[in-house]
Design a protein around this ligand. Structure first.
Ligand SMILES: [Mg+2]
Length: 441
């Protein structure tokens, strides 16, 4: 190590094939076997996670179960059990924190830690210590990959680089050479759309991306995110600035056959889910929900808009970011709407507002004092996990009910959306860790 090599300031920890490993951890009979985790007991659904044994045989995440079975005839399929993974997640956090404090929980199986210079100097020992602590508490199937680097982005890239069970330190002095072969779509935040934009700008490999000036990156991204990405990539922390966003909302104009109460309610729930997902990409919580319905399409002239009948309802709740808190409030609003609305709604709008930064202590205080603080924390994690699953595997991975597509297309993202499981879906399903839900196909 040369003298000008800087100490890693961030440690990123990412579990390997988390849902599949969690199933193997919970049920020793599954260890060492090719496992596929699916959201539904149907051969037509994609695998939301596959075990390392399955990966070694060529099965890929998101591959339809049917296809995976052709490839690996003795593949075992199990239905995802989010409650079990959330419980495990909590225990994992506690174990990691015995070694190093967690700065942010990024997903159900990813955390980032800010390292002190003394910890940075001990990097390899520190990673080994975390892995040893996990091994002591859990079975050897539950492995993680650890990346350490000057910034969170680089640490995350490093963690992804040596899966499974890897440990990698990335220093800016090693770049771009150390990542020269990294495919751009493997980079966090670079999806198909961004890859296409980069390609259009002549950026098709990592060294070219590395050579981009922050201003150029900003132009390609089309927003400040590009500049942030470029800075983090070059080893400069670029935390997201505190957002001053006031609300997250969605609205839809309803076609004729969507104006009955059930369809309107269905649409409102989907709009809410889209708004909630956008909110959860920030560090904010909402404490108010507005539901608005109006009787006709508003046109530009004042005369016409004045004719439109409107109905508005607002609900308040403890600062929240989980789907259950929002869903309960919306349900109250929808019940009010059923009781009071005398017109056929042509448009529906759902807005989450009363935003409060998560850093705001009052939210935490409220959580601590609240009777169901634990409950809410659990639902926040579930909501985060669902978002992540949707982002990775498409909304259909979590479609537990039959739903028509919302008129006007996608809600709050580029993925079709199905109903988010409600409390009852979970309560009925909560079981022992070792109660594996084997698929019947
Ligand atoms: Mg992972």
């Amino acid at each position: 190590m040369s003298d000008n090599t800087s100490l890693p300031e961030r440690l990123y920890l990412d579990f390997d094939s988390f849902f599949a490993s969690a199933e193997q951890h919970s049920n020793p009979a599954l260890r060492g076997k090719p496992i596929g985790v699916v959201a539904l007991d149907s051969a037509h659904t994609g695998c939301i996670a596959v075990s390392r044994e399955a990966k070694a045989l060529g099965v890929k995440t998101n591959m339809p179960a049917r296809e995976a079975r052709v490839l690996v005839p003795d593949m075992i399929f199990v239905v995802a059990r989010p409650d079990v993974y959330v419980r495990l997640h909590k225990r994992i956090l506690a174990v990691i924190e015995t070694v190093v404090p967690i700065q942010h929980v990024r997903s159900i199986d990813e955390v980032v830690c800010a390292l002190l210079p003394s910890e940075g100097r001990q990097r390899q020992a520190l990673a080994a210590q975390i892995k040893a602590a996990l091994l002591q508490e859990f079975s050897p199937v539950l492995t993680c990959s650890i990346g350490m680097a000057p910034t969170e982005l680089l640490a995350k890239i490093a963690a992804e680089r040596q899966k499974p069970d890897g440990t990698l330190v990335l220093d800016v002095a090693m770049l771009p050479a150390a990542l020269a072969d990294l495919k751009l779509e493997k980079l966090p935040g670079v999806g198909d759309g961004m890859r296409a934009r980069l390609a259009a700008a002549g950026i098709t490999d990592f060294p070219a991306l590395w050579a981009l000036a922050p201003k150029q990156a900003r132009a390609i991204w089309g927003n400040v995110e590009g500049e942030r990405f470029s800075q983090e990539l070059h080893g400069t922390h670029a935390p997201r600035s505190a957002t001053r966003k006031r609300m997250f909302g969605h609205s839809r104009v309803l076609p004729r056959d969507w104006r009955g109460p059930e369809k309107v309610e269905d649409c409102a729930r989907q709009l809410l889910a889209g708004a909630a997902r956008r909110l959860r990409r920030t560090n904010l919580r909402a404490s108010k929900l507005s539901l608005s319905l109006r009787s006709q399409r508003l046109r530009s002239t004042r005369a016409k808009s004045a004719q439109a009948q409107r109905w508005h309802w607002g609900g308040q709740f403890a600062p929240s970011r989980d789907d259950r808190s929002f869903g309960r409030t919306l349900a109250q609003g929808l019940a009010e709407a059923r009781a009071h609305i005398k017109f056929s709604p042509h448009a529906v709008s759902v807005i989450l507002h009363g935003l409060d930064s998560e850093a705001d202590l009052t939210a935490d205080m409220f959580d601590m004092l609240s009777d169901n603080a634990d409950d809410r924390a659990r639902w926040e994690k579930v909501s985060d996990m669902m978002d992540q699953m949707r982002a990775r595997f498409g909304g259909k991975a979590l479609s537990l009910g039959v739903h028509d597509a919302v008129p006007g297309g996608y809600v709050g993202g580029k993925i079709a959306f199905g109903r988010i499981p409600e409390a009852e879906d979970f309560e009925g399903a909560i079981g022992e860790d070792n109660d594996t839900h084997f698929c019947t196909f």
